[in-house]
Ligand binder design. Structure first.
Ligand code: NAD
Length: 430
């Protein structure tokens, strides 16, 4: 009884953050500093288009389920809209709207010629059979046939989706378009179907790269031996952990939806990846470290914290207890605006999502370019191009932040919002 009361109290106390409002708060701060035209502010405060569909899918047992699905186009001011598709039970309209807007700012912050979008289907992907997932993906593609397109809106993988899902989208979309093979309609495809070398690792790679840049340029420290905790052990978290440990940092904690693992001597990341891949995609039962909770992981005494799972995990409740000196946002939107202020007061450097995880969309851009040219780059060529773009975006963020004496997040927003507002003006949208 007492336990229930305590739990209820904890829920009430937890910071409730609407991700779209969190996005707007940062956008408005940047718009105020830049004094952008009020008409641009009005346009960019809302998505251009919200498509919501209910998808009936025949399940393996013969029953029919109806799945709620979205595609939100936030802006096409700088090019066709770009953004992943998420399969998760947490998907809702506000979340997809926020994720779509973050894509606009991300593409603008790294200067690639895209607008921003995001898609989502409310489902538990791990509970679906391969066949059910394929039918659901094909139904979604058919419903979005007039939204997707290599010159209009280009999806990619996000949480709960992967290159297999992208391949089904290419097939369905190509069928719906007179059987022309149109690989450029999505990125993050398997290599055999026009995927790009380096794409799978690209998001984790930019997390690694921006961590090293921040250590060098902001903290003035040698990476060797510094400790790291990584929340989320999917595409982004596991690859960031692997690349950082290859560069001499010590990843002492990792976690996923099933909980966390701590080892003061450093987790053997390749072993953890192998374990996850042989255990239905989760770390549950991993013996390479002592069991900790996700909450404990965030508050560990480490040098660097990498949230690489979901939104709103660093809140005003736990921000005061965070001991890391550097936070590198692998996930989209992991830090709430109130937590941002607490971290800033504490002198914690936060490399914002729209820079730290932008390697994924940058590699996607090169995949799309390669599909259009029909000419494919080596992995080294792709990585060099991504590294160059991320480094330049990192420097632009620093320049804006130092010039306006604001946080790195606001610095990144300043460079992004300025570019999108200018695009709208040049297009004659107001
Ligand atoms: P993924 O599905 O491959 O992995 C997600 C991981 O997070 C899994 O290990 C899962 O168990 C874990 N997780 C889920 N809920 C959790 C919770 N409440 N607490 C702790 N762990 C939890 O997804 P991903 O592609 O690695 O994406 C992770 C984040 O990175 C998302 O915010 C996504 O939007 C962002 N992102 C991904 C890419 C990309 O290229 N994949 C690019 C940019 C940003």
């Amino acid at each position: 009884m007492a336990k229930t009361a305590k739990a209820t109290k904890a829920v009430v106390k937890t910071e409730q953050v609407n991700p779209y409002e969190a996005m707007l708060e940062r956008f408005n701060k940047a718009a105020d500093i830049l004094k952008i035209d009020e008409r641009a502010r009005k346009i960019l405060s809302r998505p251009e288009r919200i498509v919501r569909v209910n998808l009936p899918v025949v399940m393996d047992d013969g029953s029919t389920e109806v799945f709620e699905a979205y595609r939100v186009i936030h802006s096409t001011a700088l090019g066709p809209s770009k953004g992943g598709i998420r399969y998760s039970m947490m998907v809702n309209e506000d979340e997809v709207m926020a994720l779509a807007a973050w894509m606009t700012w991300k593409c603008a912050a790294v200067s690639i010629p895209y607008g921003g979008a995001k898609g989502g289907i409310k489902c538990e992907p791990r509970a679906l059979s391969e066949g059910e997932k394929e039918r659901l993906t094909r139904a979604y593609t058919a419903a979005m046939a007039n939204v997707f397109g290599p010159d209009s809106d280009i999806p990619a993988p996000d949480m709960g989706t992967d290159d297999r899902v992208m391949a089904w989208i290419v097939d369905e979309y190509s069928k719906l378009n007179g059987n022309k093979f149109i690989p450029g309609v999505v990125t993050g495809k398997p290599l055999e179907l026009g995927g790009s070398k380096g794409r799978k690792e690209a998001t984790g790679r930019s997390v690694m790269l921006t961590t090293l840049l921040a250590l060098k340029e902001l903290l003035g420290e040698n990476p060797e031996g510094l400790t790291v905790a990584v929340q989320g052990f999917g595409n982004v978290g596991s690859i960031a952990a692997k690349l950082l440990s290859q560069r001499g940092l010590k990843v002492v904690a990792i976690s996923d939806r099933t909980g966390g693992y701590y080892n003061e001597h450093g987790i053997l990341i390749n072993q953890a990846i192998l374990y996850r891949d042989q255990n239905d995609g989760v770390l549950e039962g991993f013996k390479g470290g002592e069991k900790i909770s996700n909450k404990e992981l965030l508050e560990l005494n480490v040098d660097i914290l990498i949230p690489a799972a979901v939104e709103n995990v660093i809140t005003k409740e736990n921000a005061p207890h965070i001991k890391a000196r550097l936070i590198v946002e692998g996930a989209n939107g992991p830090t709430t605006p109130q937590a941002d202020e607490i971290l800033e007061d504490k002198g914690v450097w936060v490399i914002p999502d729209i820079i730290a995880n932008a390697g994924g969309v940058t590699a996607s851009y090169f995949e799309w370019v390669q599909n259009r040219r029909g000419h494919y780059y080596t992995e080294a060529e792709v990585n060099d191009r991504i590294d160059q773009i991320i480094k330049e975006a990192f420097e632009r963020m620093l320049h804006k932040a130092f010039r306006h004496k604001v946080s790195l997040r606001l610095g990144a927003y300043l460079s992004a919002v300025e570019r999108v507002a200018k695009g709208l003006e040049l297009l004659g949208k107001f």
